[in-house]
Ligand binder design. Structure first.
Ligand code: C2E
Ligand code: CA
Ligand code: CA
Ligand code: CA
Length: 278
C-alpha cells in the first residue's frame, strides 16, 4: 500500500493523522471565516419565570461554513481559543450584539440586557483591548447596565491582575457579570461574593434531571436560596419541559433559558419574540 513505509515509522497513527489534518483544515477555514463574513449572532431569550417576560437575551455565535454548513461553536470555539483567533471573533460578537441591544433597548425596554460570552483566553490574550469595548458602548450610547458578560468558574480562581483589572473596569462601567455553567467546575462559594457576581447560571446538566423530590431539585433549590442571600439572581439553563419550568419557578428561580421558550434565533426573529413579550 502506498504509505506503508512512511506510516510504519510515523509518530502518528493514520487516524491521528487524519484528525490532525481535519483540525488544520478547520484552523485554515476559521481564518477565512474571520476575514470573510461567515459569522452571525443568534439570540436566545432569557425569560422571567414569574411573568414570562423577555427582557434579556444571550448572544451565541454561529458559523456558516461555505461547504460544511452550520458549524457548532463547541467544535470551533476551542480552536479559536487555542489559536488566539477568539480575540477578534469575540470582539466582533461583542460589537454586533451591543449594536442590536442598543436597538432593542430603544425599541422595547430600557432595561433590556444582552449577555455576551467571554472566554478566559480573551481576558489574557495581549491585544485584547477591553477599553475598546467600553468605548464602543459609549459610541452606541448603550449604558453598561444593559450588558452582561458571561464568564466561567475557572476564571474566578485566576487571581492575575489582568483578570481582576478587567472585571473591575467592567464593574465601574456598570456592566454586569454572570457566572456561566454553574455547578460544573469547582469554584468556592466565596468567589461569588469576592467578585460581586450578578447572575448565576445553573448548568443545564442539573436542570435536565429535575424531577419532583429528586436530589437535583433539592440541589437547585439550595443554590437558589444561597444565591438570593448573596444578592445574586439565578438563571436556569437548558429548560426544555414544562415540568422543569414549573419546578424551577416553584423553587424561586428568577429566569429560565432553553428550548421550551425558544432556540437561539436570528436577530429579526428575536425581535418578533420581543414584540410578543408581556
Ligand atoms: P453556553 O454559553 O453554555 O451557551 C448555552 C448553550 O446551550 C448554547 O449552545 C445553546 O444553544 C444551548 N441551549 C440553549 N437552550 C438549550 C436547551 O434547552 N437544551 C439544550 N440541549 N441546549 C440548549 P451553543 O450555541 O451551541 O454554544 C455552545 C457554547 O459555545 C456556549 O455554551 C459557549 O460556551 C460557546 N459560545 C457560543 N457563542 C460564543 C461566543 O460568542 N463567544 C465565546 N467565547 N463562546 C461562545
Ligand atoms: Ca453562556
Ligand atoms: Ca452555559
Ligand atoms: Ca452584585
Amino acid at each position: 500500500a502506498k504509505n506503508q513505509g512512511r506510516s510504519r515509522y510515523s509518530y502518528f497513527s493514520p487516524s491521528m493523522q487524519e484528525a490532525a489534518q481535519a483540525r488544520m483544515r478547520l484552523v485554515n477555514d476559521l481564518r477565512g471565516a474571520v476575514a470573510g463574513d461567515q459569522f452571525c449572532v443568534h439570540y436566545q431569550p432569557i425569560v422571567q419565570l414569574a411573568t414570562g417576560a423577555i427582557h434579556k437575551a444571550e448572544a451565541l455565535i454561529r458559523w456558516q461554513h461555505p461547504v460544511r454548513g452550520l458549524v457548532n461553536p463547541a467544535e470551533f470555539i476551542p480552536i479559536a481559543e487555542d489559536t488566539g483567533m477568539i480575540v477578534d471573533i469575540g470582539n466582533w460578537v461583542f460589537r454586533e450584539a451591543a449594536r442590536q441591544a442598543a436597538r432593542w433597548r430603544a425599541l422595547h425596554h430600557a432595561e433590556f440586557q444582552i449577555s455576551v460570552n467571554k472566554s478566559p483566553v480573551q481576558f489574557h490574550r495581549v491585544g485584547h483591548d477591553y477599553a475598546a469595548w467600553l468605548a464602543y458602548l459609549q459610541e452606541l450610547g448603550l449604558p453598561g447596565q444593559n450588558v452582561v458578560v458571561e464568564i466561567t468558574e475557572g476564571l474566578l480562581m485566576d487571581n492575575s491582575s489582568a483578570v481582576t483589572g478587567q472585571l473591575l473596569a467592567f464593574r465601574d462601567a456598570g456592566i454586569q457579570v454572570a457566572l456561566d455553567d454553574f455547578g460544573t467546575g469547582y469554584s468556592a462559594l466565596s468567589y461569588l461574593q469576592k467578585f460581586d457576581i450578578d447572575y448565576l447560571k445553573i448548568d443545564r446538566a442539573f436542570v435536565h434531571d429535575l424531577a419532583p423530590d429528586s436530589s437535583n431539585t433539592a440541589l437547585c433549590e439550595a443554590i437558589i436560596v444561597m444565591a438570593h442571600k448573596l444578592g445574586i439572581k439565578v438563571v436556569a439553563e437548558g429548560v426544555e419541559t414544562e415540568q422543569q419550568r414549573s419546578l424551577l419557578a416553584a423553587a424561586g428561580c428568577d429566569y429560565g433559558q432553553g428550548y421550551l421558550f425558544s432556540r437561539p434565533v436570528p436577530a429579526d426573529e428575536f425581535e418578533a419574540l420581543l414584540q410578543l413579550s408581556p
